[in-house]
Each structure stands twice: as C-alpha cells, then as structure tokens.
Design a binder for this molecule. Structure first.
Ligand SMILES: [Zn+2]
Length: 505
C-alpha cells in the first residue's frame, strides 16, 4: 500500500549543530583525503519488534547487520571513514501507540484521491507498534521513545531496524547519532544515504524533506571584473556544499501519487529545460550525471553510492567537530578486535570452539608471523594492537575479500598477524596483533601407577594426582626407586603416559 513511498527519505529534525558560523567552504580542495587520518565510528543496532514480540514474518539474522556494516565500509572507506560493529539488542514496542494511517485520499471533494494525508483512528492502538514505523504519529515519537527508554548509545551511531516503515529510511537529523532503516533497506543505498545525514550531509536539493530553489544556479563567486557575484550563495544555501549543483528536486509525484522524474533521462542525465528554475529565475545549467546519481539526491531510481569531494570534506569536518558525532569515534585498533568468539589459549583446543570473528567489508590478509614476546605476557592470545615487536612476512595464510559472503570464514589463524588493506598509509599499513600460540593444553590431573614387582604385571598401586601434584617439578625426584607409569591428563581429556624406571641412588 505504501510502496510508492518506500524509497523516500525523511529527516526527522534539524540539528543544533548547524553551520553558523561556517568556517569551512567545502570546496573541491580535499584531494588529500586518502592520506588523512582514518576516522572510526561505532555502530550499534536495535531490532525493533511488534508489541507481541513478532517481527513481521522476517527471519532476523546478525549476518544482515554485518552486511550493512560491510556495505557502509565499502563505500565510506575511500573517504577514510570506517564503521566498527558493536553488536545489537532486540527490543519490543509499546502496545499503546495510537493508530494512524498515511492514506492517498480525496481532499477536494471530487471523489478522486489527490493527496497523501495522515488519518487518525481514534481509540485504536497500532498492533505493529514501532515494528512498522508509520510516517504520521510513529515517526515523530519514535526517537524520543527510544531515547527515554535507554535504547540509544551516545558513543555510537544507532541504527534502528524495524521490520517495516512507511518510508525508505529516516535520520533523526543532519548531524545526529540515530537512524531508522528497516530490515530490507540495510544493504541498499538508503543505508549510505541515511548515514550520510547522520554524519553531516543535507539533501543536495534542500536542508529538509521538501524541495527548495534557494540555492542559485551560478557557481561563480566572483564576476569577470573581480567583484563579488551577489547572486552566488552555494556556500550557505540548501546543502551548503559548493561542488554539488543547485537543483529544486528531481522527484515529482504524479496524479496517482506515484514518483516520477520528468527531467531525468534513462541514462540518469539531467534534461535541461526552462521549467525548473532557481528562486531568481535562472534555469539549472550545472547539473551533471554525478549530481543526479549523488547519494544525497532524490533521483531515487538513479541514486548510487557517490558523494562529491566537498560533501566528503564536510562529513569529515562534522565527524571531528560536532559532539554528537565526535562522541561516536573510536580507535582504529577496535577494527582489529573480534566482534564475537575467543582465541584458543592452547592447541589442540577444546571442541566445539567459537573462533574470533572479524567484521566483513575489508580486504584482510592474515600473514605469517612469529613473536618471541619475551617482554609481554599475552596469556596465549594475540599481542595488543600497539605492540609491533614481532616478525611477519608477506605470506598470507588466509586471504579475505571485502565482498566475502561467508562471514564465518573471517577468523584469525594461529601464527598470523592481521593486515587490513584499506589502511594503506604509514603506521596503519603494517600487520598487527600477531597471534603466535605454541601452548599445549594444561595438565589438570592424572595418576601414578607403581608396578610393585618392577615388571609389567597386574600387581600395581595406583595413586591419583590432582593438578598440583601431577605438575610438581619434583614429582620424579620424590618417587621411591621402582618401575612406574606416570599418566598426565590434559584439559581436553587426553592422556600422556610416561614409563620410567627409577634406580637406587
Ligand atoms: Zn535523506
């Protein structure tokens, strides 16, 4: 019923961290982004269920969240922006949300539906709660509800994942740490678009959800005679980014409420025309294919993962300087920590074992390493990220592509260190966390069998040993002369037998 709105993005609020005074102009002056410091943001997911605990018949899996993380990284990593998966929590919606529906109805009494309108059903409760977030009552209450119930982390980007919504995605605001992305949208350009809002980007056409012709077509800040061009306002109008062209909107709604794109051709190119104009009556002459496919545009059928250099510069600035975003920053080292599982502390290790798993979306090389590690106690695990006093080679024992679909393969083999190829500058481009474990299973007990006749026969005395006694380094010294079988039992339940004949001294 609401499929026609399924692609739309809505921004719920405006940020108090706006651009005044705007010290940056977000021009095409950031060709050095690949050499800039990586920025790593925490991401936490919230599965939003119906009041009865159901999830719209969808089989919710953690792999889908990881696929979202992978997608975000694959797109944003080229801008030296990274996302660290921090897990998820499942929460159940309240059962007393009032029922509203967004309906295409007749508003001018000609019996022909002509507009989308929010319709209240008094006295009824919404059986979906926030599990299917409507754009009428639900959306304006959801973020407040999540916040007041403790379902928001201030040190992470929070992605709320209902099973349905009457929109494609909804950021809590431009420069904010919360976004709604229904399950089916987690691995689509809607995800990169909404996160784009979170980390500082407006729509290219307007600051909010509507259309705007306020940004003027001209890109020229100065007139040919060197004077200021008073018509130039790209720095402060609409998206506040200079290298995205001015546009009013790409998407229109036809008489049946369907999205149409009358000035976009089948190749996602803008069709110049004299209908669409800025507020000072200039037709748009600078819109390129890159503006049409821009992640923050509204030509949804063309929308892809593209951002302009100015947008990238703006994001990196906001992430570092706006507290709602700078609070979500974490260390590069966190990406070298598993999101699940643990390291065996000895080999062979008990079975079954959940190995350390690393988030998908990176090109990993787990390269041969060797660590004496005399100056550090790792307890059998890998060395810390900061510790680089180990040897490694370029030989990859395990190679993982950023598009690897089987996430259970992304683990950390023994005697290897981790290279994440996306980090390709200076100190970041070296193998980290050598895991070089040669420990055997601990001996946890056993027994001493004494052959009383000093030959192998059934005349024996068996003395059980606990962990202390069997591991006593004086064990053999303290034995009386004679023939023995010393049985050591390790933590895996395996026995090692050692026969000794101790002579009279
Ligand atoms: Zn949007």
């Amino acid at each position: 019923m609401f499929a026609q709105n399924d692609i739309e993005c809505v921004i719920e609020g405006t940020s108090s961290y706006a651009d005044t005074p705007d010290v940056y102009d977000y021009m095409q002056n950031n060709t050095d982004v690949p050499s800039q410091e990586p920025l790593v943001l925490n991401v936490y997911f919230w599965q939003i269920k119906a009041p009865d605990g159901s999830y719209g018949g969808i089989n919710f899996t953690e792999d889908q969240l990881l696929a979202c993380i992978a997608n975000l990284n694959i797109f944003y990593n080229s801008h030296q922006i990274y996302f660290k998966y921090r897990g998820y929590q499942s929460v159940t919606s309240p059962s007393d949300n009032p029922l509203w529906q967004y309906e295409w109805i007749d508003t001018d009494e000609d019996n022909i539906p002509d507009a989308w309108v929010c319709v209240e059903y008094p006295g009824q409760f919404d059986p979906n709660g926030y599990g299917n977030i409507g754009r009428c009552w639900d959306l304006s209450h959801f973020f407040g509800w999540a916040n007041s119930n403790g379902y928001r982390h201030t040190d992470a980007i929070n992605i709320y994942v209902p099973y349905g919504s009457e929109f494609g995605g909804a950021a809590a605001g431009v420069i904010s740490n919360s976004t709604i992305l229904k399950y089916a949208k987690l691995v689509t350009p809607s995800a990169t678009h909404e996160i784009g809002h979170n980390i500082g980007l407006y729509h290219t056409r307007a600051k909010g959800n509507g259309n705007s012709n306020q940004e003027h077509d001209t890109r020229d800040e100065f007139l040919p005679n060197g004077e200021l061009n008073l018509e130039f306002n790209a720095r402060t109008a609409d998206d506040n980014v200079m290298d995205t062209a001015a546009n009013t909107t790409f998407r229109y709604v036809d008489a049946n409420g369907q999205s149409i794109y009358p000035y976009i051709d089948e190749n996602c190119k803008y069709i110049p025309n004299l209908i669409e104009k800025d507020e000072i009556n200039h037709p748009y002459t600078h819109i390129t294919n890159l503006d049409v496919i821009n992640t923050m545009g509204d030509a949804y059928e063309c929308l892809t993962n593209y951002l302009s250099p100015g947008q990238v510069y703006r994001m990196r600035d906001k992430i570092q300087n706006a507290p709602p975003l700078s609070n979500t920053l974490t260390e590069v080292a966190s990406l070298y920590e598993p999101y699940k599982g643990s390291y065996p502390l000895y080999y062979p290790h008990p079975q079954p074992w959940v190995y350390p798993l690393f988030q998908p979306g990176f090109n990993y090389r787990f390269v041969e390493c060797q660590c004496d590690c005399d100056d550090i106690d790792t307890g059998g695990g890998p060395v810390p990220y900061e510790y680089t006093n180990f040897n490694s080679t370029n030989t990859s024992i395990l190679t993982i592509d950023k598009n690897e679909p089987n996430y259970s393969l992304i683990t950390h083999p023994n005697h290897t260190a981790i290279r994440i190829l996306e980090f390709n500058i200076s100190d970041y481009a070296v193998p980290r966390r050598c895991y070089d474990n040669w420990y055997s299973p601990p001996i946890i007990g056993g027994s001493i069998i004494k052959f009383n006749d000093n030959v192998f026969n059934a005349n024996v005395t068996i003395t059980p040993q606990d962990a202390n006694s069997i591991n006593n380094s004086n064990l053999i010294n303290e034995l009386q002369p004679g023939l023995y079988n010393i049985i050591k039992t390790d933590s895996n339940g395996n026995n090692q037998e050692t026969v000794i004949f101790k002579e009279n001294e």
